[in-house]
Design a protein. Structure first.
Length: 133
């Protein structure tokens, strides 16, 4: 049998062994690669790497009338969301509003947008990135 310092034979792991994290078993590259999933708005790690999912999106509000609004975005595809990051979609160097994550649960994020200037805007919005399973 092979070790870290001695050449020898290795035992290929099954998917069940990989998911369980069994030691002294080694997957091949095809098995590792086949567990990843990607789409236009998400990326999922294989189950043997925890099965974590990252999903993202963007929402344009336009003009914020009244100085502050609260907006809710539905997030699908998760059983459990561990955290949600949010940020402004304003172009670099332009700070016309502040984006703040208020709350999140396993299916949505609530965001507060506060206007910093009292002029008409067309770009008030936010991006979000959810991490969970």
């Amino acid at each position: 049998n092979a070790t870290n310092s001695v050449a020898g034979l290795v035992v290929k792991s099954t998917q069940v062994e990989m998911n369980a994290g069994n030691s002294n078993r080694f997957p091949d590259a095809a098995t590792i690669r086949s567990g990843f999933a990607q789409s236009t708005d998400s990326f999922t790690l294989p189950e043997f790497m925890g099965g974590w999912k990252i999903k993202w999106g963007e929402k344009n509000i336009g003009d914020i009338i009244g100085g502050q609004i609260t907006d809710v975005t539905t997030i699908s595809g998760f059983t459990t969301i561990s955290t949600v990051l949010v940020g402004s979609t304003s172009p670099p160097g332009i700070n016309t509003f502040i984006v703040h994550r208020d709350t999140f649960n396993d299916s949505s994020v609530t965001v507060i947008l506060r206007e910093l200037v009292g002029e008409v805007q067309t770009d008030a919005g936010y991006w979000w990135c959810a991490i969970g399973k």
